[in-house]
Ligand binder design. Structure first.
Ligand SMILES: C[S@@+](CC[C@H](N)C(=O)[O-])C[C@H]1O[C@@H](n2cnc3c(N)ncnc32)[C@H](O)[C@@H]1O
Length: 200
């Protein structure tokens, strides 16, 4: 307990403060300053996707400053986000920390814009709490059918009756096409679960 507290304080005094500088320059949400290693779900996603050596392309929708996608050693990397300012932050951090090729970025609204291209992994994480469930279901199914390669995965999160989050999402019946599901992370005392949904 004491050890965890000390680590948190050290992170706050070091990485968090470093992250504040680009946040103030590019003027994006301060949430993006929370260090990667303090976000278990993000660490788990990176660990999980790194094991899938056959995958070549990954797109992270709602990528923020790119904490996840910058750490993935894929051949083709795409980082899309609704806010141009976090995309600017992503490019700043990519200068110091980006494994693999440059990340192709785009200003993109999950609820509105149409996704093109096909990918081995599609990440949709930590913003779906603000997406209305029927829109989420419709959009994820569209991606699953049209934008995901065979044996590819969609990584996404669900929330159950969480007072801090606007909408709840359920993994059961989310995808209407043939698939398998793996739970790859579990945070906030089980209130948030992260799944890998594989196209078979
Ligand atoms: C809490 S941050 C999470 C960033 C990243 N996914 C992560 O987990 O490290 C949420 C991000 O989703 C983006 N976002 C929110 N709604 C979105 C939407 N409808 N379409 C695309 N991006 C969105 C925000 O701009 C923000 O950068």
């Amino acid at each position: 307990m004491l050890k965890t507290l000390i680590i948190k304080i050290i992170l706050k005094l070091t990485i968090y403060q470093f992250n504040r500088i680009p946040q103030l320059i590019f003027k994006y949400d301060s949430w993006n300053c929370v260090p990667f290693i303090q976000r278990k779900y993000a660490v788990d996603i990176v660990r999980y996707l790194k094991q899938n050596k056959d995958m070549e392309s990954v797109i992270d929708i709602g990528c923020g400053t790119g904490d996840i996608i910058r750490r993935l050693p894929f051949k083709k990397k795409y980082g899309y986000d609704k806010h141009i300012n976090v995309i600017r932050g992503l490019h700043f951090f990519s200068f110091f920390l980006n494994k693999g090729p440059p990340i192709i970025t785009n200003q993109f609204n999950f609820s509105v814009d149409k996704l093109t291209g096909k990918y081995d992994a599609i990440i949709i994480i930590d913003f779906t709490q603000n997406i209305e469930p029927t829109i989420l279901k419709e959009t994820i199914n569209y991606y699953f059918k049209n934008n995901l390669r065979k044996n590819g995965v969609i990584i996404t999160d669900t929330f159950y009756n969480d007072p801090d989050r606007k909408y709840s999402h359920d993994i059961i019946n989310l995808i209407k096409y043939k698939h398998t599901i793996d739970e790859i992370s579990n945070t906030d005392n089980g209130r948030v679960k992260v799944y890998s949904i594989k196209k078979i």
